[in-house]
Write a protein of this length. Structure first.
Length: 144
């Protein structure tokens, strides 16, 4: 009797898994089709702007202004105190990125060990631990 129940549960899980896999495949196909259609529509929209003389003129003026802005920024960046401050900002951004990576690892382990999806910070704020999943194409050269 227990074997029958276990077999039914396994069959049910397998069915759910197959349905989920098919749902994922359908979504991938829909995303691919919609992305292709988006490319076509975007191309048509870009062509409309490219063929409008007023837009072309304003776009060229904007490019010239951007060049002037970039040159001015480069000139300001040559000042020693600005270069030093810029480097400090860059280093701090990298440090924050590394700390966020470590925090992610700590949270995974905390969740695994405690079974809890929330944690209260030192400020009293309760935060939820969330993860996002995405699909990336596997390199065709890489086959296990």
């Amino acid at each position: 009797m227990d074997d029958q129940i276990e077999n039914k549960n396994n069959d049910s899980q397998a069915s759910v898994l197959l349905n989920l896999e098919q749902l994922i495949k359908n979504h991938i196909s829909s995303i691919d089709k919609t992305s292709e259609e988006l490319k076509k529509q975007k191309g048509m929209l870009d062509d409309i702007f490219a063929n409008d003389s007023t837009y072309k003129q304003h776009s060229e003026q904007a490019r010239e202004a951007a060049k002037i802005k970039a040159a001015t920024k480069a000139q300001i960046m040559k000042q020693p105190q600005v270069t030093e401050l810029s480097e400090k900002v860059k280093n701090m951004r990298q440090e924050v990125k590394e700390m966020q990576g470590a925090l992610s690892d700590y949270l995974k382990e905390y969740q695994r060990m405690s079974g809890v999806n929330e944690i209260e910070g030192e400020d009293g704020e309760v935060r939820e631990i969330v993860y996002t999943a995405k699909l990336v194409k596997r390199n065709s050269n890489f086959r296990p």
